[in-house]
Each structure stands twice: as structure tokens, then as C-alpha cells.
Write a protein that binds this ligand. Sequence first.
Ligand SMILES: [Fe+2]
Ligand SMILES: [Fe+2]
Length: 256
Amino acid sequence: MNEHVHAATLSERADEIEEKMMHELAERIATKSVLFGMADGKIEMLNGFEFKKSNPDKYFLMGADPRLPKMPAKPTLIDFFKNRFASLNHLLQSATLALKNGHNEKIVLACLLHDIGVASFIRCDHGYWGAQMIEPYVDEEVSWAVRMHQALRFFPDSSVGYEYPQMYINNFGADYKPEPYIVRDYERARNHKWYMSARLICVNDIYSFDPNAKVNLDDFVDLIGRNFKQPEEGLGFDNTPSSHMWRTLMWPTRYL
Ligand SMILES: [Fe+2]
Ligand SMILES: [Fe+2]
């Protein structure tokens, strides 16, 4: 193999890696975690050394990604709602319906936060992830309900008029059966003192109770203030068991 061909192959390979695994920024290189590639059916990881060879003047991103909305130094839950959540409508519709139905603030907050796992982070086990994110900051009943709504959504409860969602039949097929861990968590939840709190999330968990309803995050700022213990240092910097999750949302393309 002559020098020229060898060089071309290396540079092609570098181009391919660049194309596939990362987005190059003006001054820094933003990397993709393995999980992002798995969503495209690929298990692969950036070889930093190889890429640096073709971009010797650039460093990897180790802070904020300039392509994403800027976060303040001490981010609040509202900052995450505004700058990191892909969609607010479903959460605001659910919380607005819970308010209309006269539920207490814990239930309204649980409805407002029940799908933040999906809205900001990941679909698989979104109830469990979402509950873990908020656990240090809300009443235990709220995070418990958020965790359990995921399992309860698959099981009807005629006492509150909740049926198995038609949407799940459309989305997963009529013969879909929840995994055993979901069934077990449902059974545990059924006899729990906060069962009805998680169940009320399901009852208010609809995609649009009124397509013309004006829903606005501003309507919930005071309720969040009363019921979400916003850390003074900012979410991510307060040394709780979920601080790292908020930091990852803030900086999803950091090299380490
Ligand atoms: Fe959900
Ligand atoms: Fe939902």
C-alpha cells in the first residue's frame, strides 16, 4: 500500500467516525455517549485518540454544549422545564386537569412531573428515572406516585373509571403484556397507602383534555415554589443522589 492510499484511508476513516459519532463545533468536539448510538442500533464508542490525530488542535467538550440553550449557574426546575424539556404540553395539560378536578397540590405536582423522564431524558422506565430525579426535592408521596404511575398505567381500575388505554393498544398491539417486574410493582402498589396518588396520575394522564385549552408553565410557578425544594446551589450542584442526573441533562455531550 503506498503512502497516499494509506493516508486517504485513515482520513476517510476519521471522516466516518466524525460523521457517525460526533458533531464538531468551532472550537471543541462534542461527543455522543454509547447510549445515543444504541438508539440507532449500534454499539460503538468514540476512540478519542484516533479522532484527536485528525483534529490535533481541538479539545473535547468538557462543559456546556453551545448548541443547546444556555443554563444559568444555579439552575432551577423551571430552567430545566424551559431549556431542556422537549415538550411541556402533556405535562401542563395533565397538571391543569388535576387542578380542575380539585386535587391537592401534591397530586397536581405529581401530574406536572410524572413524565419528566420522557420529556427530558429517556423513555425506558421513565417513571423510575423521573422519580429518582425529583426524589430529594419533593414529598415522598409525590416521587412514589411518579415512580408507580408507569406500572399502574397498564392496569385498569374501575373504581375511578380508569380503563386500559386505547393508545397502548394502538402503540403496542392488543396482545402486549407488561413485563413481570411491572406486574410485581403494580401488585405492590395496589396495597400501598399512596396507591390512589399514583392512580390519580393515570386518571389525569391524557394527551389533550382540551386541544384549545391554554396551558402555561407560569400558572404552576407558585405551586412549584411551595412544593419543590429548590436547592440554593442549583440543581446539579447540591450533592444529592440525583445531582449527577441533572448535570448530565445540562451537559449531555461532555466527554467525561
Ligand atoms: Fe408516563
Ligand atoms: Fe403521561
